[in-house]
Design a protein around this ligand. Structure first.
Ligand code: B3K
Ligand code: ZN
Length: 854
């Protein structure tokens, strides 16, 4: 695809003062009538160019006069009217076929209901319109459909008149008083069960809340509703932001390309992030629902009322909103545990992206396909940048800057520069250098060197930064890196401070009291203040001391991780045959000591996944790393067997509550179940089967089934069949059944799963539960040196891409690390990518493959 450049931005030369839409809904032939009140704001000679794709134009008129075909031009992407008055009303009528829309962008059918997805460029598949975020307008919607099949008719804003029509049809009117860009438009129509509640805002406004789900699922929306109300309260208390419409609707759909969408007043969700109860959802699901409901709700202020000028500014709404939802989750649960989980995710996905051929900056200056810009870099690294900003200026000024941003830019479509200007104005500081974080791709590496001078009781700490070259950016400048630091001894903290590393390097000299005779431990980047990689040459003894002495929970966990990673590397490279007993003992000891904070203890038992090891040393051998990881895991299982029996011997908390406290207890129990999966203990399989049979919640049932499958390999079929028989009618639970096998099996397993009657190429959740589960979480099998893993997914990805380019492209990102693989897998991956490239990919998928091959 042609690349779009940030530097080419031009304001749209017309204002759309009002949009009146009329939908005659029919799955095969929906008629959309659009009436736009247009006013020229640009040059007198500017043509009116409207985006439009796959639309059958039925009529077009200006100020009531039908346009002659010679007055306009229709291409496959646009409608161009060369000469228009300065102010006029344009009416177009088009026809579309939602039932044929398999891309799930625009207006489509899911489970026999109508729904829309417009971000980024779906609205142009509904009607002709300037489909860009800086054109904001007031929308008025009239919609009609068959009443029996589609009794509920929803759009943005507040509901107006409803009524009956001929032929069993009915209609409804929706008005959105807030001006919005077209990507926030939504329409849903169908027969739903509705879970209702209400919320009174801090201004005393009463809001009607409703979650629309499949028939029979209403009770399973209770947690999502609870999360929504807590989000509303949190945004009032933390940012002073209240909701601004009388109704807030959520609709759950089964066929959806990603998690959820923040359409004004009508959020559309992947049903996986709405529906949950103890029997069908894991604690991870409950947690994800809580954070995604919050994320979409928070977009109402950061994204909807203040939106992006253009898609290059995507991080303006996404990075900021992820930062907000992460803090919400930290407030709802444990802040250190939340931080560790966020960093695990950042390192696994964003650091990998930043180190590979798809690396791009948080605010890129060009892109090939906008759908491919919804990345870990824009979202997660974008969130880290806001976190650094807040740490550097402090909570109070951060809040002041945000208040100013909301006040100054409400109702506007703005840029990263506009955002930072608010913070410059409240702090008097200059953020020019800090904004390099937005322009430079790659993860900065900070090298730490320490020099203890016993004569003077001084410790010298030298910090050096370097950002590696990335595609198109060979040379990088230093960025400001805020580092929370401390000096530690056996008693605790000797000193604590924050250094902002602005230049290439800096040397700090700290004088210790005379009583300090041993070199103190230097704790760097506490709480992961900056999204960097640390490079330190510490001995194993120093690292073990760190595990013992760290006072920062993040760094204590990370000290364990660093040791564990080194151990897995040594085992995988054969420089060590068996896990070091001292290390395993220390690790087990740390777990046992953390027992009062079970969620943290559970994290300590979690060994880095194979993919997280890829960045440690290259070339990466997924098979060897997997075997090494398993060896260490089973040594830990043996060491913790008594603790595990004790932990699992206690009853699981009852009655079930999804909140942090019980979830923490279940997390530790689940961690012990995971270890049983690789335990050398002869009775482990039977114990697991018992845990599976007797589990009272899905968290433990699924963990037990998975661990049992790991223990028994192919002999676990009976248990898997039992699970399938129980849950065959619940698609979300069946997604877990597919994913469990895809993550524990091999290429043959993938073929079997793809041939299963319930495998559905049209359903993204199902495709991901097989393909993404395999390619992202089963790297030893995916990157098998004989290429069998690639072969297993190749056909499926091609077929998925034909129907749904956003899905195809997303699945292909699994290949991004091919260059750093060991030679055999690398050659097989390259051959696969080349085959795919010549097999006729969608332009989204072609963009990923071309960059990957780069
Ligand atoms: N804004 C949507 C993502 C849309 C993706 C479009 N390709 C969900 C979110 O980030 O909240
Ligand atoms: Zn978002």
């Amino acid at each position: 695809p042609v690349s779009v450049q940030l530097s080419d931005y031009k304001p749209y030369p017309f204002e759309i003062e009002q949009v009146n839409l009329r939908f005659d809904l029919d799955p095969d032939a929906t008629k959309v009538r659009s009436e736009l009140k247009v006013r020229r704001t640009g040059g007198a000679g500017d043509a009116l160019v409207l985006d439009g794709e796959g639309l059958t134009l039925r009529s077009i008129s200006i100020d009531g006069q039908a346009l002659d075909a010679s007055c306009y031009e229709q291409t496959d992407k646009a409608l161009i009217i060369a000469s228009v008055p300065d102010a006029f009303t344009l009416v177009t009528e088009v026809e579309i076929a939602p039932s044929q829309n398999t891309a799930l962008s625009g207006l489509y059918m899911s489970g026999g209901r109508f729904c829309t997805q417009c971000e980024s460029t779906g609205f142009r598949r509904i009607t002709f319109y300037p489909d860009r975020p800086d054109v904001m307008s007031a929308f008025h919607v009239w919609m009609a459909a068959d009443k029996a099949t589609y009794p509920i008719l929803l759009s943005n804003g507040t509901p107006g008149e409803t009524g009956e029509l001929d032929d069993g049809r009915h209609y409804a009117v929706w008005d959105d008083p807030h001006k919005k860009p077209s990507y926030l438009f939504a329409l849903c129509a169908g027969d739903y069960d509705v879970y209702r509640d209400s919320f009174t805002t801090m201004n005393g406004d009463e809001i009607a809340l409703a979650i629309h789900v499949d028939k029979g699922d209403a009770e399973r929306a209770a947690w999502a509703m609870d999360s929504l109300k807590r989000s509303m309260t949190w945004d009032e208390q933390t940012y002073g932001r209240a909701y601004d419409l009388g109704v807030f609707n959520i609709v759950a759909v089964r066929d959806f390309n990603f998690g959820a969408m923040e359409n004004k007043g009508l959020n559309v969700f992947n049903s996986a992030y709405v529906l949950a109860d103890e029997a069908t959802a894991t604690d991870a699901d409950f947690e994800a629902i809580e954070s995604i409901v919050a994320h979409e709700y928070f977009h109402n202020w950061t994204g909807n009322r203040i939106t992006c000028r253009d898609w290059f500014q995507l991080c303006l709404k996404e990075g900021l909103t992820v930062f907000r939802d992460q803090n919400f989750s930290a407030d709802m649960r444990s802040r250190p545990v939340q931080r560790i989980k966020d960093v695990i995710r950042l390192r696994a996905r964003q650091f990998a992206e930043d180190a590979g051929p798809l690396a791009h900056s948080v605010r890129p200056d060009h892109y090939g396909s906008i759908d491919n810009l919804y990345t870990a870099t824009v979202y997660e690294k974008g969130a880290e940048l806001i976190g650094m900003l807040r740490r550097m200026i402090g909570e109070e000024l951060y809040r002041k800057g945000m208040d100013l941003y909301f006040e100054r830019h409400d109702g506007q479509a703005v840029t990263i520069e506009d955002f930072y200007k608010c913070f410059e104005d409240v702090t008097g500081e200059d953020f020019t250098q800090f904004r390099l974080w937005y322009a430079q791709a790659g993860t900065p590496e900070v090298t730490v060197e320490e020099n203890w001078k016993p004569e003077t009781h001084e410790i010298e700490i030298t910090l050096k930064q370097k950002t590696p070259a990335t595609p198109g950016q060979p040379v990088k400048k230093p960025v400001p890196i805020p580092l929370e630091m401390a000096l530690l001894d056996e008693e605790g903290n000797l000193a604590e401070w924050t250094t902002i590393l602005e230049d290439e390097d800096v040397t700090l000299t700290m004088e210790m009291p005379d009583t300090v005779t041993e070199p103190p431990l230097v704790s760097v980047n506490r709480d992961f203040t900056a999204p960097i990689r640390l490079n330190r040459s510490l001995t194993r003894e120093q690292r073990l001391a760190m595990v013992r002495m760290e006072t920062d929970p993040f760094n204590q966990w990370d000290a364990v991780q660093t040791l564990v990673k080194a151990e897995i590397l040594a085992l995988s490279e054969g420089s060590q045959a068996e896990p070091d007993d001292a290390l395993v003992t220390a690790l087990a000891g740390a777990v046992e000591q953390a027992v009062d904070d079970p969620a943290f203890a559970a994290l300590l038992t979690r060994l880095p996944e194979v993919g997280e090891m890829f960045l440690e040393r290259q070339p990466a051998d997924a098979v060897a790393l997997n075997a090494a990881r398993k060896k260490l895991q089973s040594a830990l299982a043996a060491k913790l067997s008594g603790f595990s029996a004790e932990t699992l011997g206690k009853p699981t908390p009852a009655p079930f509550d999804p909140g942090a406290e019980q979830a923490g207890i279940r997390a530790l129990r689940t961690a012990m179940i995971v270890l049983l999966g690789v335990s050398p203990d002869a009775g482990a399989a039977d114990t697991l089967r018992g845990l599976y049979d007797n589990a009272t919640n899905m968290t433990e049932r699924l963990a037990a089934l998975r661990a049992y499958t790991v223990q028994k390999g192919g002999k676990a079929n009976e248990a898997l069949a039992d699970f399938e028989a129980t849950w065959k009618d619940n698609p979300l639970v069946m997604d877990k059944w597919f994913a469990l096998q895809a993550t524990t099996g091999d290429a043959e397993t993938i073929k079997t799963l793809a041939a299963h009657p319930a495998f559905d190429l049209r359903n993204p959740n199902r495709v991901r539960s097989v393909v993404a589960a395999f390619t992202m979480q089963n790297l030893a099998a995916f990157h098998a040196p004989d290429g069998s893993g690639y072969q297993a997914v190749e056909e499926i990805i091609l077929k998925a891409d034909k129907a749904n380019p956003a899905l195809g492209a997303r699945l292909l990102t699994a290949f991004e690390q091919w260059r750093i693989l060991e030679p055999q897998a690398k050659a097989a991956a390259e051959a696969t990518l080349k085959r795919l490239q010549s097999a006729g990919l969608s332009s989204n998928a072609a963009d990923i493959v071309a960059r990957a091959l780069g």
